[in-house]
Design a protein around this ligand. Structure first.
Ligand SMILES: Nc1ncnc2c1ncn2[C@@H]1O[C@H](COP(=O)(O)OP(=O)(O)O)[C@@H](O)[C@H]1O
Ligand SMILES: [Mg+2]
Length: 212
């Protein structure tokens, strides 16, 4: 059984790494044994899981120092179907390069605003370099906090096209459900009907990456 190792990274803070990590890992956990490595010293994903006393819908979350991610990956990939890694912002570039050589898929959440795009160009270039030396590595930008009322502007499409990395077809819309899940210490799956659209966002991303 092969393990899919997914790194969720952006050296910029607040782009949705933890939101994406926690909800995706919950969806993956419904498909096969999953663990989420929380490599952020701030421990946001771990705090998320502690809010609810009965977080049965969340995948197990394990805190790990960024420098220890590679070792944990080796062990966990033998016993798990999916391992996700929620990265800290300001992750050291050398460490990032090392981890990139050990994962299968990189997801870079990014907000569709010029400031966020500019802030992520350097890191996307680093991921692209890693892809050249490890062609089996797949890497995608994932749009987050998409405004459901407005289509992406043409200038934004042009800015996205200037990245050397492709954009996943599916992204996350800005929805209260994503904030509420964090407030309640659960995933959007647990929120029932009021989060159906948010669940659809997450499921669409999972199905897209499983079919890459
Ligand atoms: N799709 C979304 N819709 C609504 N709020 C979101 C969405 N994605 C992230 N957020 C909110 O944005 C903030 C930053 O997200 P977070 O996942 O903590 O980013 P990061 O881990 O990259 O720092 C949080 O308050 C989170 O609840
Ligand atoms: Mg985070």
């Amino acid at each position: 059984m092969r393990c899919l190792r997914v790194l969720i990274v952006n050296q910029k803070g607040g782009t949705g790494k933890t939101t994406l990590s926690v909800n995706l890992s919950s969806g993956f956990n419904q498909r096969g044994a999953t663990v989420l490595l929380d490599a952020d010293p701030q421990g946001s994903a771990s705090h998320w899981a502690k809010i609810s006393r009965d977080a049965t819908d969340l995948a197990p979350i394990e805190r790990v120092a960024a420098g220890a991610v590679q070792d944990r990956l080796k062990n966990l990939s033998a016993t798990h179907r999916y391992v996700l890694i929620d990265c800290p912002p300001h992750l050291d570039s050398d460490l990032l390069r090392q981890v990139l050589s050990q994962v299968d898929l990189v997801l870079i959440p990014i907000q569709p605003s010029p400031l966020d795009l500019w802030a992520s160009i350097g890191m996307a270039a680093l991921v692209h370099e890693a892809h050249i030396s490890h062609p089996q590595l797949r890497a995608y930008l994932v749009l987050n906090q998409i405004d459901q009322r407005n289509a992406l502007s043409r200038s934004l499409h042009e800015a996205l096209a200037s990245f050397e990395l492709p954009v996943l077809n599916n992204g996350l819309t800005r929805r209260a459900a994503f904030r509420n899940a964090a407030l309640e210490g659960c995933s959007v799956y647990r929120l029932g009907n009021r989060a159906a659209s948010a669940v659809n966002d997450i499921e669409a991303i999972i199905e897209e990456v499983l079919n890459l």
